[in-house]
Write a protein that binds this ligand. Sequence first.
Ligand SMILES: C[S@@+](CC[C@H](N)C(=O)[O-])C[C@H]1O[C@@H](n2cnc3c(N)ncnc32)[C@H](O)[C@@H]1O
Length: 346
Amino acid sequence: MKCQEQEYSHLSEVVRAHCGINLHDGKKELVRARLAAPIRNGGFGGVGEYLRHVLADPSGRRLAQMVDSLSTNVTGFFREPRHFEFLANQFLPRLIEAKAKAGNRRIRAWSAGCSTGEEAYSLAITVLEALGAQRQRWDVKILATDISERALDAADAALYPRESVRDVPPASRAVGFAPSHPPCAATHSCGLVPLPWTSTGSVEPHIGVGPAWEPSSVRCELPPLQPSTVGRSSPTSAAQGEGEERGTRAKSLAGTDGWLTITPAVRELVVFRSLNLIADWPFCGTFDLIFCRNVMIYFDRPTQERLVRRFWDYVRTGGLLFTGHAESLTGIEHNFRYVEPTIYSK
Ligand SMILES: C[S@@+](CC[C@H](N)C(=O)[O-])C[C@H]1O[C@@H](n2cnc3c(N)ncnc32)[C@H](O)[C@@H]1O
C-alpha cells in the first residue's frame, strides 16, 4: 500500500490532534495493516488519497471511523487483577464504612478508555460484591467512556464469549454473568460478531463529580444516570444470582458453551458514553476512583501529563487513580501520592 513519508506525517498529525494517539514512525507497519481494509474497500490508491477523503468530510464521521480503525481495544475482565484485589480487600471496605458513617451512601467511578466494557463491568461486580446485602441502600454509578463507537456498541451489547471469563473468580462469575444466546440469535439484531480484540490476557500491541460525581451539576450534559438510561441499547434479561442460586449459576456457567451476558444487577450500575479524553469533559464533580488503564500509553508525554493533571480535579480527596501496568507516572509532574505500582491517591 502506498504511504509516502509526508503522507504518514500528515496522518500522524491529524490523529494526534484529534485524539492524542502518537503514531510515531515505529507504528508505520501497524498503521498500514489497520488501514488496509478501509483503503481497499473504498478503492483508494493509498494512504494519501484515503486521508484526503477522510478530511473532506465536514461532519468528522470519517475521521472518527479512521481513528476507530487505528485504535487498539485489547481488554479483558478483571485484567490486571491486583487492582481489583486492592479495591476488594483494602479500598472499598474502608470507603463503604467511612461513607456509611457520614451518611453519604454514594459511590462514583469512571472507567476512562473502557473499550468493550469488560473493565467497567469488572468494577461494577467488585463494588456489588463489596456492598453485599447493603446494595439496595447505596447509589452506585460507573461512568464508562471511550472514543471508539465500535467498542462502545460492543460494551452496550454486553455479549461475551464464554472463554472471556476464564480468569474471573467463580463467585464474581455468579454475580456478573448469565448464559446467553450467541449474538446473531440474541435479542440484539445488530448483527454483532465476536470482536477479535476482546480477549483476556492478550499481549498489548505496541502503538506505542457535587458530593461525588453529580450528574445534575451545572456543566453536566450527561443525562441523569437512572437505570432506564443505562447503556445505549436495551439490556437483555437475565436474573442475578443471589444466595444459593449463585452456586447453581456458577455451575451452569461452567457447563455452558458459547456466550454470556452481563446480569441486570451489574448492567444497571454502568453507563457508557462516547468521550474523547483530550477534548472537553461535559461533566463535573468528583469520582471515588478513576481507572485510566492502557490508554495513556498511546499518548505522547505532554498529553499524558495534561491528562493526569485533569484527572486530579476529578478524583475526590482520598480517592484513587489507577493506571495500566506499563503506565507509571514516573517522570510526569503531578500531585498524586504513590500507593503502590500503578495506584495513586489524592
Ligand atoms: C487498550 S484499550 C484499554 C481498555 C481498558 N482500559 C483496559 O485496560 O483493559 C485503550 C482504549 O482507549 C481508547 N482511547 C484511545 N484514545 C482515546 C481518547 N483520546 N479518548 C478516549 N478513549 C481513547 C481506545 O479506543 C481503546 O478502547
